[in-house]
Design a protein around this ligand. Sequence first.
Ligand SMILES: *[C@@H]1O[C@H](CO)[C@@H](O)[C@H](O)[C@H]1NC(C)=O
Ligand SMILES: *[C@@H]1O[C@H](CO)[C@@H](O)[C@H](O)[C@H]1NC(C)=O
Ligand SMILES: *[C@@H]1O[C@H](CO)[C@@H](O)[C@H](O)[C@H]1NC(C)=O
Ligand SMILES: *[C@@H]1O[C@H](CO)[C@@H](O)[C@H](O)[C@H]1NC(C)=O
Ligand SMILES: *[C@@H]1O[C@H](CO)[C@@H](O)[C@H](O)[C@H]1NC(C)=O
Ligand SMILES: *[C@@H]1O[C@H](CO)[C@@H](O)[C@H](O)[C@H]1NC(C)=O
Length: 901
Amino acid sequence: MGGRLLLPGLLLFPPLISGWTISNCSVTEGSRLHLVSHFSLCGLDSRLPLLAVCSGVTNVTKALEAVPQGVEGLCLRGSPPVLPADAFSRFPGLKALGLTLYLTQILPGAFRGLGQLQRLSFIQLPVKDLFLPPDALGNLSSLQYLAFSGVCLDGNSGVRLPPNLRRLSVTLSCLKDMGQLADIFPDLVLGSSSGDAWTLETLDLSSNRWLKMASPGGLRGLKLGTLNLDHTKMKAAALMGLGLRRLDALSVTYTDTAELPAGTVAHFELQELNLGQGQMRIEHIALEALASCESLKSLSLKGSGLMDLPPGFLAALPRLRRLNLSGNKLRSAVLCPNETGAVSGLRALDLSSNELRSLAPDTFSCLSHLRELLLQTNQLVWLEGQVFQGLRRLEMLDLSNNPLEALGKGWLAPLPALTTLNLLKTHIVLSPAWDFWGLESLHDLRLPLRSGPSGTALSLPTRLTSLELHAVPGGELWELASPVFPALQNLTLNGWGLQLGTQKVPKIFPALRQLSLFGSSLEGLCSPDTPSVFLWQLPRLQYLRVQGDGHGPRPCCITGLPSLQELTLQRLLSRAQPRRVQLEELVGELPRLQVLHVARTGLETLSAVAFQGLGSLQVLVLDWEAGLVLDGSLQEHSPQMPQYVYVLRSSLACQCANAWVEPWLEGSPRTYVHIASAQLCQPEAGVHPKQRLFPFLWSHCPRTLELGLFLGSSALLLLLLSWPLLQEARNSWLLYLQALFRAWLQDLRGPKGEGKRFLYDVFVSHCRQDQAWVVQELLPALEGRRGLRLCLPERDFEPGKDVADNVVESMANSQVTLCVLSGQALHTPRCRLELRLATSLLLAAPRPPLLLLVFLERVSRHQLPRYHRLARLLRRGDYCVWPKEEEGKDDFWAWLGSRLE
Ligand SMILES: *[C@@H]1O[C@H](CO)[C@@H](O)[C@H](O)[C@H]1NC(C)=O
Ligand SMILES: *[C@@H]1O[C@H](CO)[C@@H](O)[C@H](O)[C@H]1NC(C)=O
Ligand SMILES: *[C@@H]1O[C@H](CO)[C@@H](O)[C@H](O)[C@H]1NC(C)=O
Ligand SMILES: *[C@@H]1O[C@H](CO)[C@@H](O)[C@H](O)[C@H]1NC(C)=O
Ligand SMILES: *[C@@H]1O[C@H](CO)[C@@H](O)[C@H](O)[C@H]1NC(C)=O
Ligand SMILES: *[C@@H]1O[C@H](CO)[C@@H](O)[C@H](O)[C@H]1NC(C)=O
């Protein structure tokens, strides 16, 4: 009996996620997080495999019923009054939890069982009180990051911290004194029960606009890596009295700190200091103040109104590696003393967004260790040939957004290590005289493309891996000097500035993986003679982004890219001549495409035809598309639809063609469909108020659909079954398929209706786990008391016969199939298969016999195998839950009896 192993091949069946999707929750995979913006607020991590966001939550328990158990990141938004005990006990694997809830109460044990939780955030704005039971967090043994934003914690005291907490963030709260933290979380300081004080990598207290005090000794013993006090009223000097045992990095931007807090730097021997952006500008730095800042390795003085730097600035900071002077008023940069000698160890220097007009030849002469130099957004018009002398290790140079017209001869020669150069938004005219491409290591180049002297070709280094070109409109097209860029992987073209013999593109860029085309560059995609022909047949291209400017014509259908995995099409609708399209007009044969992101393309209809060439599609995002029609053909196509469909900032058309959508969404078998905004109908313009779309369609559209759907279902189900079967191509599968067809044909040929005699009354499908119930409860009730003939696999299967044949034959020979289900059974692949067989046989049969479901415990709908037909059966009421209490059992047997009659 124990050997009743049905179709062992099935154990290889991939555990796809299934779900019903019209709930308030939506689900995505971490790697797709960037595609769905509404996920962004909760600080969920893209490294987690499966994430869910639920909004409009009024009852946490109820909302979570729709969330698949495997999620590792969860974000809840809404205003439930309480967070009940064991709220998340169904999700023991949860790693990140974000709660944007207007909670008034958290019951003890609310977070019980979350032993793997690493990040927990509470976000509620406007600021509101939150009371935490002292033990609410203490048992979260894996928690490393805890954040409160917009939460007033004043009423709390003695809250235990999770033992492994490394990062604590209390922002936008009503905190006034840093010392209050020790009352709320006594673990942080010395003298608490735990003995030693805490060590935190970061303590983020930014954006607390009432925070201005640090009571002496308030955080005694606490050891801190980084302390963030941005956007507060704290003075850096006040920190010295707090009693901190260690502090490595301090950020006090957007505060009233108006001078270098030299005393604080010296007191803690700070390694990193971020200043600036406050109302009071620093403007000048005294050399004496710098004398006590020797320990600094990183200094940021962004937006401090600095007009100059004291001479000897770098010499006073011997350990400095990163210096950020962005957003000041520097007109010249005097960093290196005249007499060469002292060499600074600086690695990164940011002088962007200043008022630099020119650079003296020896500006960077003492920076021989510099790797990164940022000079963008200044007033530089001209650079002398000598200015980069000495920057032998420089790898990254950004000169973009400067009115640069000319560069001295040989200006790049002193930069042998340069890998990345950005000259975008400059006025530079490329000149063939530049021998600037002798640079061996340059691989990432960004250039503006003005029309050049006619007859000359654009000479670019052929070793580039990444190239970005911005063409100035109306210029002459450049011809490329080199016939091939063998290493180029990433190409971005903004505007059309190149004369690419279109047939040659794959030959010029044989290694291209990422291509982004903006604005008028789209014209180049299609053949000028036959505008519907897509020309860029790039065999290795994996990522393609095409973004129009709302003026030009829409490009031709993108097709025939064998390796393409991600495609983004944006702003392709022409403002002057808006023409709506079908998806199949935009995309064609893209066999490896996994992600398709469509925004403002004028998409009108989405039908099954569009997916024919997109066999690998997993995620479809429709954004900013108005009046969408989801064609009924999608329903029959369901099994091959992408797993995730997001309809964001888009509306469905108020047309009967969309009437089928709601029932389909409710039971969509395999696809998570998320429709973001509330869908409304304006029945007759101006007269009636807007109504909700689906109820409106439901009441106004004729319901001729149901019958057609049912007739179509047999063929669909056979297709549906054979698809994974053929993929596995195992003997048992083929046997099963044969058996299925045989059963079906038998039924077709056999005598119709009353003539047929059944061997059994009820075939009972159940799992070994539930056998006790079948033997002790079901058997006596049905065979004993009612005298029905049951077919139990253990007892009645013909020995020696193939198991699949046995199942199929027994089902065909029984008047009723009864599936016994429990949560445990649904986790066993074999049981899921039996259920699947039963439902498919049932629905594939021309004259459907009866299927009854008995749940031994309450099972959430999305745990069921993903047949939406099943959901429909469930709604018909052909199921019953076995009651736990004695008194309900009579009702149960009465129900079963009435169904079996
Ligand atoms: C879903 O959201 C709506 C409002 O957005 C709310 O009225 C409803 O109660 C929510 N459902 C659940 C189960 O929380
Ligand atoms: C929340 O929903 C659950 C299950 O639907 C129910 O048992 C519980 O009473 C509800 N809680 C509140 C506070 O309404
Ligand atoms: C924390 O764990 C301890 C020991 O396992 C247990 O006694 C206590 O009830 C738990 N507290 C909470 C709030 O879950
Ligand atoms: C300097 O600060 C600006 C503004 O916050 C930032 O964008 C830039 O990355 C910083 N520069 C360096 C080298 O860290
Ligand atoms: C460097 O030399 C120039 C003139 O040669 C002088 O004006 C300037 O003060 C000197 N700077 C330093 C830091 O000595
Ligand atoms: C490709 O280039 C674009 C523009 O230069 C850049 O934004 C993008 O990050 C690059 N991609 C990779 C993978 O380097």
